[in-house]
Ligand binder design. Sequence first.
Ligand code: PLP
Length: 340
Amino acid sequence: MNARHAIAVNSATAALHLALEAIGVGPGDEVIIPAYTFAATGEVVTYLGARPVLADCREDTLNIDAGTIESQLTSRSKAILPVHIAGQACDMEPILELARARGLGVVEDAAHALPASYKGRPVGAIGDITAFSFYATKTLTTGEGGMATTERDDYAARMKLMSLHGLSGDAWKRYTARGHWYYEITDFGFKYNLTDVAAAIGLRQLERLGVFQQRREQIARMYNDSFGELDTCFTPRDAGFGTHAWHLYILELNLPALTAGRNDVLDSLRRKGVGTSVHFMPLHLHPIYQRLYGYQPGDFPTAEAVFARACSLPIYPAMTDRDVAHVIEAVRTTLQEARR
Ligand SMILES: Cc1ncc(COP(=O)(O)O)c(C=O)c1O
């Protein structure tokens, strides 16, 4: 990630919470986030008494961009929280420009994006603070885990302090002979530290991160080569910004060309022994967002359209070529059977 500071924590959710706290998000503030994302991106904003303000995604990359963000800015906007969906970086230059012009913080949700890059820069050293996930399904795993990276000394110090109860010293310093028993509670912090056991797993994983990423990319290429020629689906669009972490491979169905809906396609794949998932049901379609903030179906048409046709196919480094061939065969057969 090439960042000056990295604070190891026990989830990306924790890293996002600490990041927003460090840049000063508080009650009454608004933070712009994508509608097309996971629960964690929005909930962390509410932990601080602030309001998540949703923005629609782009149809090509499924990421938010400066245009969709700008349409949601108000005088209460405090920060922008872009998510690098599936592991492909958002177009960060215009987002950073917009943030600078309006005096907003930029916290990146890179839960999917290790290792990813944007125009030669690793994700992790672009915005003010970046949050990574080491959850079981992620591109590098510690079971549960995460990390916040930043170039700024003040943000790093604040996140470190708040990640362990707001105590003035690390626990290990307090308990070693060279350390001192004395500590001070300087703020009401959180219990977000990464365990040593998880860190040990993460260090071994880190050695293989490049190999993991290459295998994911190979699998994505095999899928693209096979599905790219079909008129019943659309393969993920590459914005050409650099390394794609390929945490997810989201195949989009061309619904008008099919007699079956997305869920029927997923059921058919399951019957053929292929496990799939859906990323994501947009936040504005969830009850809490409708009840608290008055969002309605139809508010973010692109996110909704993508949700209706999205199928996440299996992609992980331990997949063999035979596994990949099995998925390809199952998808092609299913789409052929469902062809209009
Ligand atoms: C976009 C996004 N952000 C944040 C998270 C939260 O990560 P963690 O489980 O490490 O808290 C996830 C988890 O899947 C995610 O998909």
